[in-house]
Write a protein that binds this ligand. Structure first.
Ligand SMILES: [Zn+2]
Length: 556
């Protein structure tokens, strides 16, 4: 497949995406017959500088220019002899020079001699010099002389990505235009037009993934689309795009942001590790993350019309985002953006791809705000537990959350005890062979809930990451021999469902409760379908506190 960028290159001003101010000014100069001799287009790579230069060259040479919305004719017709010469790359008077490969003074001297001669076909002799900052000093000086006394028929259009490398003397001779990066919306719109012309259906979310990763450059966006269309598939899904570009699903981004906002460090770091081992390009993930955080910032600061200001979010995703940041301050979102903007830049200077994301995550979750928030929750737990604890308890001890948690536990029955470290080792050795304890009895959910913190304590030394996941889960019911545990996110469920992890949890629960329960992890939707009677958690102050804080125990 030939490059879509070449095939669908805009041929008129109205086909060019964005750059409204530049186009308007250029159109005005044509309209009032005040065409300058030198223009300088500056802007990032792939944003359409030379495309716009070519359209302008055609517009000033067109023999039968057309109207733009009823105004004076300025659009190239693409039909007259001059337009056709340019479109077919046969116009002798349109000279495109890549300064990167023609840096020397000789090239410019040759240009200077040629420019004195009048155009042979067109009205104007147009020189488009791309990457003009690459010229040598001698070449710049030669160019400057030409720009100082240009023949009436000559028009120079200089383009550069690095304006600061162009001498001030050159810049001051030019009309200067800043070609801005395109917005995601503009890129998506253009990609939609192209895919329609190519007769290919592409999911909107897939186009959004491309737009995010194009960094405002249409050329990159179109070359990604070329790559994806080479699949020869007429219905392209976001999954296909993700697998080709090494990008991650939006669900991954949303879950990661949930961890950050809910101040869950271990799962957030586990997620980064998971993405990396899944072969996802973490730099692309960082870009998608920033795009999502930007949406959150806009929703938080202008809650009235979120669908007008956000990019690439469906109605459902907007509602989900609103719910997610309900309790979050704008300040925190701004800080996240700042940190992950910084991490994006760090990808250039590290050879550990996960490090930039990890640094930003840890930085965000270990700030003063986080500490004070934890303190507030601990105080809430203390207050609630003081209501329950008999007066003889030492008041100094009530400041220690772990002491409270232990003192709140029912007095353990003799046959239930915590695992010792030697038993741990034995347990690990045996866990694949036996999942059922010797003693068996029927058990109620409330009994499991009473032992839940003991379960967590016993899982922790066996596997820290299972512990991190599990402490955000809650047992919701027992049906026959199955203990149903609700996981907070699908990602947790996937992790906990891994056979090793599940066996570990099952073994610990069996040992502590002495009941041969099989564990079934369910996500939110599945839990809802099961319709278990809600437990009366409020009887236990720790449970009440957990409920108040969103159903999780926070470690000190
Ligand atoms: Zn024409």
């Amino acid at each position: 497949m030939s490059s879509l960028y070449q095939k669908h290159r805009p041929q008129t001003f109205s086909q060019v995406s964005g750059q409204i101010f530049t186009i308007k000014t250029l159109a005005n100069s044509i309209k009032h017959d005040r065409i300058g001799h030198a223009y300088l287009f500056t802007g990032p790579r792939g944003t359409g500088k030379t495309t716009l230069a070519r359209v302008f060259a055609k517009a000033i040479n067109c023999l039968e220019p057309k109207n733009i919305s009823g105004e004076i004719a300025i659009e190239p017709c693409n039909k007259c002899a001059n337009c056709q010469l340019i479109n077919q790359n046969r116009a002798l008077d349109l000279i495109e020079i890549d300064a990167a490969s023609h840096t020397g003074v000789d090239n410019i001297r040759a240009l200077k001699e040629a420019i004195a001669l009048p155009p042979s076909q067109l009205k104007y002799k147009v020189y488009i010099i791309d990457e003009v900052h690459m010229l040598s000093l001698g070449a710049f000086n030669a160019l400057l002389k030409t720009l100082e006394e240009p023949p009436a028929h000559a028009v120079f259009i200089l383009a550069t990505t690095e304006q600061h490398k162009v001498p001030e003397t050159i810049i001051s001779r030019c009309q200067q235009f800043s070609i801005t990066p395109l917005t995601q919306k503009q890129i998506i719109k253009r990609l939609q037009e192209i895919s329609q012309k190519e007769g290919v259906e592409i999911e909107n979310e897939a186009l959004e993934v491309i737009a995010i990763n194009a960094d405002g450059g249409m050329r990159d966006a179109e070359s990604m689309l070329t790559q994806i269309m080479s699949l020869e598939d007429k219905n392209i899904t976001v999954e296909e795009v993700n697998s080709i570009l090494g990008t991650s699903s939006k669900q991954n981004v949303i879950e990661f942001v949930q961890f950050l906002i809910n101040q869950e460090l271990a799962p957030a770091l586990a997620k980064i590790d998971f993405l990396q081992t899944s072969g996802i390009d973490l730099k692309n993930f960082n870009k998608s993350l920033l795009a999502y955080l930007r949406n959150l910032m806009l929703i938080k600061s202008c809650p009235e019309n979120p669908s007008d200001i956000t990019t690439g979010l469906t109605e459902d995703q907007i509602i989900q985002a609103q719910e997610l940041i309900k309790e979050t301050e704008l300040k925190s979102i701004l800080r996240l953006i700042e940190l992950f903007q910084k991490s994006l830049e760090q990808f250039k200077i590290t050879n550990l791809p996960s490090l930039p994301l990890e640094l930003a995550t840890i930085d965000f979750l270990t700030t003063e705000d986080e500490l004070s928030r934890k303190k507030t929750i601990q105080n809430e737990v203390s207050k609630l537990s003081q209501q329950k604890i008999p007066p003889q308890s030492s008041p100094t001890k009530t400041n220690d959350k772990k002491t409270i948690a232990t003192s709140l536990k029912k007095k353990p029955k003799p046959e239930k005890r915590e695992l010792t470290s030697s038993e741990d080792e034995q347990k690990i050795a045996n866990k694949k062979e036996s999942t059922e304890p010797i003693l068996q009895k029927s058990i109620k959910l409330s009994e499991v809930l009473d032992e839940w913190s003991t379960v967590l304590e016993n899982v922790r030394p066996l596997n820290h990451s299972i512990h991190a996941f599990l402490k955000n889960c809650i047992p919701i019911g027992i049906l026959e021999d199955n203990l149903y545990i609700k996981t907070k996110y699908d990602f947790y469920k996937d992790k906990l469902d891994e056979i090793e992890n599940k066996l570990t949890v099952q073994q610990v629960i069996a040992k502590i409760t002495n009941a041969p329960l099989k564990i079934v992890f369910v996500n939110e939707q599945e839990a809802e379908k099961l319709k278990f009677e809600p437990e009366r958690l409020d009887e236990n102050p720790l449970h009440a506190a957990m409920k108040l804080m969103g159903g999780r125990i926070v470690e000190s």
